[in-house]
Design a protein around this ligand. Structure first.
Ligand code: SAH
Length: 510
């Protein structure tokens, strides 16, 4: 126990889209010693936490509480009394049906300091992402946020059905899906016209967003037909009719497409963020893990003798990263590389190199080994000493061709890729249940590792109806060697190229 009591931050984590977190909330998560979150808070936000922060999931989905509210309270107090700062993440806004008020009162009574960081509430954001403004001067001048959770058989109800029914307010119900029929009945009974427009928006602001619209008369059946369940916002009022004109999020080109990402987690963020921006739901099942090579001696030796080399060639971002990690660990700085010429195989690798203050002398026209060879044929590499730090067991064509051109090539392992089997069960289950639209392969090893994860199951059979997208011809050839013919092959062999090809593919299907 320390003398100092920590602070509890009651943080609005926003409605689901990770981009809707406030800057202040992000800063709090970054500094917290303990992060407590429930099922409505997007797990992406946990990436902001410190490496050694304790992350605690307290559940709370409908009735099935992982931890009761009392236990959550105790937990918050206990951690704060240990002198730890606690980020308590709550879906949407903490003070809008989030029990944030109760948690604040409880903290106060225990003498624990707290701060409240408001969030973007789903009550406004879910309708907004469905193209429904909760107010509009032509339709309504006010809006009510109402709990849809209240027990319908409760006698002393605080629900003023007559007021709701007679006003022209936009009515926004939270936690109301299970009670929808009841809500509709009460409103109609108290005189709300049965042609009043209604929308339900489930998992608003996320790639899983689903919207069902109708009127007070039709909505119950439509929701049943669509099998829509919680969490959803119910919006009732004339503003709902604006959706026809104003919907935008569900019109994104890859909206709702469930796309599996097989590359290593550390490298996936660029692809994930590009696809997410286009509306896709990315399912990350990394098939590869990237790690330093088992034997680092050859790389170290080459760095020790770096003055003997003329060229340094990088074929991947990982090559750059792991080369420089070792280089700096050995106490060197970039002045030791001043005499060298550099070549990179692709634009992203070139950008990564630039992060270290070095501009590549050569960038081939297309992004594969064969092109690098073309590029060197104009530069002249005879009798030059070339260092090629790259993946263990990479393709042999580049060193072979450079050697043929008269270069002395030293190829060293800067890193190695290993099979990552953590997502095996999830992958097999998703494939079996037909819950995937597309799968992306960003290197040959993502393909071969994918096949390993399926064990001896028939990959071709499991991939039926799923679009396979490959980053380039080498990866496609590897896929073909396993009897998988890619539906899509990127024109430019980069992540952006792969994204563009997916877009073109889906647009042509419209
Ligand atoms: N404090 C939260 C609300 C918590 S109550 C907020 O401000 O958003 C839980 C209810 O919020 C759910 O039953 C559902 O009605 C609504 N909700 C939360 N996130 C949602 C989302 N992404 N899409 C639709 N409804 C959501």
């Amino acid at each position: 126990m320390t003398d100092k009591t920590g602070t509890v931050y009651l943080i609005g984590a926003g409605p689901g889209d990770p981009g809707l977190l406030t800057i202040k909330a992000k800063e709090c998560i970054e500094h917290a010693d303990v992060v407590v979150y429930d099922y409505l808070a997007s797990p992406f936000l946990l990436d902001y936490a410190k490496k050694d922060a304790r992350i605690i999931y307290v559940g709370k989905k409908g009735g099935d509480h992982t931890l009761s509210q009392d236990k959550i309270n105790l937990l918050l107090v206990d951690k704060a009394k240990q002198g730890l700062d606690v980020a308590r993440l709550k879906g949407g806004d903490p003070f809008v049906f989030g029990r944030g008020g109760e948690e604040a009162q409880m903290l106060l009574s225990h003498g624990v300091p707290y701060e409240v960081i408001p969030g973007v509430t789903s009550a406004i954001a879910a309708p907004a992402y469905a193209g429904i403004p909760v107010t509009h001067r032509d339709h309504t001048s006010f809006v009510s946020f109402i709990t849809g959770h209240e027990d319908p058989t409760k006698k002393d109800t605080s629900m003023q059905w007559d007021v709701f029914a007679k006003s022209n307010a936009t009515l926004v119900f939270l936690m109301g899906v299970k009670n929808l029929e009841n809500i509709v009945k009460n409103l109609v009974k108290h005189g709300k016209p049965s042609d009043t427009p209604v929308a339900l928006v489930r998992w608003g602001t996320t790639a899983r967003q689903q919207t069902v619209t109708g009127t007070l008369k039709t909505i119950v059946n439509r929701v049943k037909e669509a099998k829509l369940t919680s969490p959803a916002i119910i919006v009732i009022g004339h503003v709902v009719s604006l959706r026809d004109e104003l919907s935008w999020f569900d019109k994104k080109p890859l909206f709702g497409k469930r796309i599996v990402i097989t590359r290593a987690r550390a490298q996936a963020s660029d692809l994930v963020s590009k696809l997410s921006k286009l509306g896709a739901l990315c399912i990350e099942i990394p098939t590869i893990q990237i790690a330093p090579p088992e034997d680092t001696a050859p790389l170290k030796e080459s760095i020790k003798n770096i003055k003997d080399y003329d060229w340094l060639i990088f074929t991947s971002v990982n090559g750059v990263k792991y080369f420089f990690d070792t280089f700096f660990d050995m106490g060197k700085d970039v002045r030791a590389l001043g005499h060298l010429k550099f070549a990179c195989i692709g634009p992203v690798t070139k950008e990564r190199l630039k992060d270290y203050g070095i501009i590549s002398d050569i960038l081939p026209e297309t992004y594969r080994a064969e092109s690098v060879i073309d590029a060197f044929s104009t530069v002249g590499i005879k009798n030059k000493k070339v260092l090629l730090p790259r993946a263990k067991l990479a393709r042999t064509i580049l060193p072979e061709e450079l050697t043929k051109m008269g270069a002395q090539v030293n190829e060293v392992a800067a890193y190695e890729t290993r099979l990552n089997a953590d997502g095996k069960e999830e992958l097999i289950s998703l494939l079996g249940k037909n819950e995937i639209d597309a799968i992306t392969f960003t290197s040959s090893s993502t393909v071969s590792n994918f096949i390993s994860l399926l064990e001896s199951k028939d990959a071709k059979e499991l991939l039926k109806g799923i679009i396979t997208a490959s980053i380039g011809p080498i990866t496609s050839d590897t896929a073909r060697s396993f009897d998988i013919e890619p539906d899509i092959e990127a024109k430019e062999y980069t992540i952006q190229g792969l994204v563009d090809s997916l877009l073109t593919y889906y647009e042509s299907k419209k």
